[in-house]
Ligand binder design. Structure first.
Ligand SMILES: O=C(O)CCC(=O)C(=O)O
Ligand SMILES: [Fe+2]
Length: 327
């Protein structure tokens, strides 16, 4: 039975100490799962501390983003997404429009994901967004360091999915079958200071919800991320030292019959003269995983609110939609 009902829309984003979730004592793990449960039903956004990723790994990854984006435009263009069949590489400024109807986003980015060689059966069979990554040759350590960071993200994402299973009163291993070969996308983003001549309602990232299961966000101390609470008020999601921000993508309401929220968010770099860098990881079960209502959230009617889908189909639809708009 789930007694908790949010009394009113959140006015702040909780910071959850993930430390006890690594304990051998199930009661410790359940205590963290309960905090996650409340946050997922309320803001759909939370910070995590004591997550096991060393602070120097986080700092180094942000430095890597700064190094990459400061390369000359022609060098970045050598690996532009247009040269990839699976949306990997450099995303030019204003290549994406996250909020339909708004002007394109004032950000540039870099995307990598699960690396599949051209002769992999999924690539041969035309599975969307599947294939090889495109790596820049400078900085020389870019690929190695990015992959190392993603190792941390995959471990943390898998751990969080076990916490989320527990938070839904499911066995902790409930999602494991979809996490043998998870579908991850690592992104780096650069938001210049908001220009005075920006178009009407043009932001760094337009209001949107994320598409997948979990987003694990590393941001620098410039700030600019905002999230919409249930009352429709926009809250700032400021920098919290050594913390990641976790939010839920659109697959989570499907899993939970709407109990857990996929919260709209946006970015505006209103700092005076500082560039903002952020590194989201989109973490999903494997391409073929069926996303459907879990038993503990199934309504009595037996008919959940959302149609089931597969991870891959959903992600492919979203790429087509948001990059198509800017094009
Ligand atoms: O840059 C950020 O803080 C958020 C980026 C974001 O929302 C996204 O890439 O989906
Ligand atoms: Fe997002």
């Amino acid at each position: 039975m789930k007694l908790y009902t949010p009394p009113k829309p959140a006015e702040f984003i909780p910071v959850i100490d993930l430390g006890p979730s690594f304990s051998l004592d199930i009661e410790d793990r359940k205590a963290v799962a309960w905090e996650i449960h409340k946050a997922c039903r309320d803001t759909g956004f939370f910070y995590i501390k004591n997550h096991g990723v060393p602070p120097e790994v986080m700092a180094r990854h942000l430095t890597l983003a700064r190094e990459f984006f400061s390369l000359p435009p022609a060098v970045k263009a050598e690996v532009e997404v247009a040269k990839s069949k699976c949306t990997r590489g450099f995303e030019a400024m204003a290549a994406q429009t996250l909020d339909e109807g708004s002007p394109p986003d004032l950000k540039e980015g870099f995307l990598m994901g699960v690396d599949r060689p051209e002769d992999h059966p999924d690539v041969v069979n035309g599975v969307p967004n599947t294939g090889p990554n495109q790596w820049p040759t400078t900085p020389a350590h870019f690929k190695r360091q990015f992959n190392e960071y993603m190792g941390h993200m995959v471990r943390l994402g898998s751990h969080l999915m076990r916490c989320i299973a527990l938070s839904l009163e499911l066995p902790e291993s409930y999602f494991d079958e979809g996490l043998v070969d998870p579908l991850y996308i690592g992104r780096m983003l650069h938001y210049p200071p908001h220009p005075a001549n920006a178009a009407f309602n043009q932001l760094g990232a337009g209001a949107h919800t994320d598409w997948g299961m979990l987003t694990l966000l590393l941001q620098d101390d410039v700030g600019g991320l905002e999230i919409e609470n249930a009352a429709g008020d926009w809250l700032k999601a400021p920098y919290v030292q050594d913390a990641f921000i976790i939010n839920l993508g659109e697959m989570m309401p499907v899993l939970t019959n709407g109990l857990y929220h996929s919260t709209p968010h946006r970015v505006l770099n209103n700092s005076s003269g500082r560039d903002r860098y952020s590194c989201p990881t989109f973490f999903d079960p494997d391409y073929h995983y069926q996303v459907k209502c879990v038993p503990t959230c199934m309504p009595q009617s037996g008919e959940p609110l959302f149609a089931e889908t597969t991870v891959g189909q959903h992600i492919a639809n979203m790429y087509a939609k948001t990059y198509g708009r800017a094009a």
